[in-house]
Ligand binder design. Sequence first.
Ligand SMILES: [Zn+2]
Length: 107
Amino acid sequence: MPNCPMCQSEYTYEDRGLFVCPECGHEWSENEEIEEGLIVKDSNGNVLQDGDSVTVIKDLKVKGASGAIKQGTKVKNIRLVEGDHNIDCKVDGFGPMKLKSEFVKKL
Ligand SMILES: [Zn+2]
C-alpha cells in the first residue's frame, strides 16, 4: 500500500478501488498518483529532458536574424515547454529562442 499523500500515514487500506487513510480520512485513487509530465521527443523518437544537450539536424531560419542556425549546431541545457516550439534554449550567436523538437537530436 502507498503511504497517504496527505499525512504520510502507513496505515492506508484499499476500498472499492480507492485508497483510504484512516488517520486523516483522505481517499484517493491510484490513477491520481500518476503525473502526466510533458513528453517531448527528438527527431529519432528519444525522450528529451530539461538540461539535455541537442544538435540541430537541419538549417533553421531565424526571424530577424541575418543567418540561419546551421545544421550540427550544439544547443546545451534545453528546457522543455508546451506548444508547437517545445524547446526553450539559448543558441550561441543567436540568444534565447524556441525550437521544435522534431528538428533536433539528443546528444
Ligand atoms: Zn492521511
